[in-house]
Every structure is written in structure tokens, then in C-alpha cells.
Design a protein around this ligand. Structure first.
Ligand code: DP6
Length: 370
């Protein structure tokens, strides 16, 4: 069986819930991810199809764990009861999002509609911190649904399980498609990787260069609340964006350069493209109609300090610090660097953003190994 799947392969037309599966408890966990080449904009042709390919590092310590209790519905004709708790707190607004998700995945997982669900979810990082909780959250939900599918149909092979988990997660949140494996995932049709598809994310087709095997991501939290404009709203503004076509071409060029850098251990190119992508993401927001800004003065100040530090270090030590930033759709900064730079980066952070460091407003993460 080839490892390339089409939506048709995931459709379920017939099933019966076995007698032993009237009540059950399941648990799944999924990591978040940080995009290096960013997904920004969706195609209109189908649901949750990215305008351009993206690639991300999987964040091994920023995880969502979700437990589910399922009970076969007493009245099959009625809509399921959905109850969602985050850290013990009831979250009706999440239930609305999950209901939309369950509607989207219905052809591929119709059996979820036979149950009333109660979820208890926990993130290892603060909600709204700029870490994509929707990515790990929907990937964990997709993981639970695949577990249920395997209880009904028997164990699927690994390639199918991973692809379908990613496929389902994508229908919850695009970036969630990339939260199903480690250490790096590609999502979206892209000529450089034959298996890459819009329908689900795939692992890198090569091993990461050893210099990228121990990547750290230290996230500096300048803001920990709800964003003024959600990513879903931001994606919509790309439809009529004046830079749309150039952006698509650039993302493909950046995929070429970035994947080559990951394969050959080229931190300079990695850094140049990662930072260009972060700034382009925010440039697209600032030039949307209507325009908006999610960075804060602290974000820009921090980036300037980082660039200054790199220059001074290079002048004095004749070595360029392999320490680069990325941004998500928010004000927080991700610092990406190799593990052996950790102590120096921490010293610099303590000197540069002492308040953040003394209030522990940062998250130390590392990229997962497969
Ligand atoms: C800036 O995946 O949150 O993080 O598909 O509408 O749920 P929806 O959007 P979402 O967008 C994430 C955008 C990004 C870049 C990225 O992760 O690639």
C-alpha cells in the first residue's frame, strides 16, 4: 500500500459500534509546534486547505493532554452532549468550536456522533500565550478519535494512523495538522517533497542534520491574553491581499532554502529564512485590509537587542551566534538556537529582559526527536 492517502481513503461509510464500547475512557496527548515557514491564508476550494506549504518544529514540552469519557447516546436522533473542561474549568466557548470540528469530520469519523463526550484537557503552557494551544488541542482530540476508530475497526497501520490523525486535526485548526509527529512536519502541496499534500502533514523526507538534533525554543511571553484578531480572521484577509501572489512564491522559495538548511546543518540560512518568515507574517497583517498589528513595542525592542547582540558577539568572538527569532500570530518571541548555546542565551536573556526572567514569563522548550 502506498503511503499517499486521499480524503476518499479516510471516509467511513459503514460501521457498527461493538457491544463492549458503550462506555469508555480514552486519553491522548499532542505537542504544539512552531512554524518556520508560515501557513497564512487558505484556499477557497475546500475546507482548511493552505494557500502555501509550511514546515514546523514540534515542541516536545508544550503539550496538551486530554482525557475523554464517552457514553453511547440514549437518544440516537439527538445531537451529542459535548462538555469541555480546560484545567478543571468548564469552557462552553470551546464546545462551540468542537461542534464545528465534529461536523467537519463527520464523513471521516461518523461514529463520534453516537456518543456524548466529556473532555478534560490540560496544557503544559498558558492558554493564549502565543503557543498554539489550538494546534496541540485539536491534535489531541484527533488522537482520541483515532483511538476510538481503532477500537471499532481494529488497529490501522502507522502511516495511515498518522496521516488520518493529521487529516482530522487539520479540520479543527490548520496548524494542528503538523502536531502529530516529530521532529519537523511539512503541510501543503510542495514540489520539493513528493509526498507533501494539502490534506495532512508529513514528516521530513530526510534525517535532520546532527546540528539540528537538539534545537531549543525559548519563548518570551510579552503578552498572555486573548489576541485582538484571531488567526482564523487573519487567514481570511489574505484573499484580497495585495501581496498574495508574491507571498505564495516566496513561501515555496523559503521551503526550498529552509529544508536544505535543515538537511545540511546550515544555521545561517535557517536563521535568515526563519526571521524573514516571521517578519513577513506580521507584514502581511500590517498590510491587510483592514490592517492590524499584533507585535508590541517590547517585541520590536527585543528583536533589535537580539540583532545588536549578534553583531557585537560576532565582532568580538569572530563567531555568529546561531540564535534566531520566530513569531507566531501574537506579540511573543520564540528564540531558536542549538542546545549547546543554552547557557549563553540564558545569560543574555537575564541581562536583556530581567523582568521577564525573574517572573518566569518564558517557556523553555526543545524540539522533539522522533
Ligand atoms: C501564524 O492554524 O491557528 O500560527 O486553521 O484557522 O485554525 P486555523 O488557523 P491556525 O493558523 C496558524 C497560523 C500561524 C502560522 C503557522 O502555524 O503556520
Amino acid at each position: 500500500m502506498s503511503d499517499i492517502f486521499h480524503p476518499e481513503d479516510f471516509i467511513i461509510r459503514q460501521y457498527a459500534i461493538p457491544p463492549g464500547l458503550h462506555t469508555l475512557k480514552l486519553s491522548a496527548e499532542a505537542p504544539s509546534n512552531i512554524a518556520l515557514v508560515k501557513y497564512w491564508g487558505k484556499k477557497a476550494e475546500a475546507e482548511q486547505i493552505p494557500m502555501n506549504p509550511s514546515v514546523s518544529f514540534t515542541l516536545s514540552r508544550s503539550k496538551t493532554t486530554t482525557q475523554a469519557s464517552l457514553n453511547l447516546k440514549k437518544h440516537p436522533e439527538k445531537a451529542p452532549h459535548l462538555t469541555f473542561y480546560l484545567d478543571g474549568e468548564h469552557k462552553p466557548s470551546f464546545e462551540t468550536k468542537i461542534r464545528t470540528f465534529l461536523e467537519r469530520i463527520r464523513p471521516y469519523a461518523p461514529f463520534v456522533w453516537d456518543y456524548d463526550w466529556v473532555w478534560h484537557s490540560h496544557n503544559t503552557f498558558p492558554h493564549g500565550s502565543g503557543i498554539a494551544s489550538s494546534a496541540s488541542g485539536f491534535a489531541a482530540l484527533a488522537g482520541l478519535i483515532m483511538q476510538l476508530e481503532e477500537k471499532i475497526f481494529g488497529i490501522r497501520n502507522n502511516a495511515f494512523r498518522r496521516a488520518k490523525t493529521s487529516f482530522l486535526a487539520r479540520l479543527g485548526s490548520g496548524s494542528a495538522a503538523r502536531s502529530v509527529a516529530a521532529p519537523a512536519m511539512i503541510w501543503g502541496r510542495y514540489a520539493g517533497v513528493k509526498t507533501a499534500t494539502d490534506w495532512y502533514a508529513v514528516p521530513l523526507p530526510f534525517a535532520l542534520h546532527p546540528d539540528f538534533e537538539d534545537v531549543r525554543d525559548t519563548i518570551i511571553l510579552f503578552e498572555q491574553g486573548q489576541k485582538a484578531v484571531s488567526s482564523t480572521q487573519g487567514h481570511r484577509l489574505i484573499h484580497n491581499h495585495p501581496f498574495k501572489h508574491e507571498r505564495i512564491q516566496q513561501a515555496h522559495r523559503h521551503m526550498d532554502g529552509l529544508l536544505e538548511a535543515l538537511r545540511t546543518g546550515d544555521w545561517d540560512t535557517f536563521g535568515r529564512i526563519t526571521e524573514a518568515e516571521a517578519l513577513m507574517l506580521h507584514a502581511l497583517m500590517m498590510t491587510s485590509e483592514p490592517y492590524y498589528i499584533l507585535m508590541r513595542p517590547e517585541t520590536l525592542g527585543f528583536i533589535q537587542s537580539l540583532w545588536n547582540w549578534r553583531l557585537i558577539w560576532e565582532e568580538q568572538q569572530h563567531e555568529r551566534p546561531p540564535v534566531y527569532f520566530s513569531l507566531d500570530a501574537g506579540a511573543n518571541v520564540h528564540l531558536l538556537y542549538p542546545g549547546h548555546w543554552h547557557t549563553r542565551v540564558m545569560e543574555w536573556l537575564h541581562a536583556t529582559v530581567p523582568d521577564i526572567m525573574s517572573h518566569n514569563a518564558y517557556i523553555a522548550d526543545s524540539v522533539a526527536k522522533e
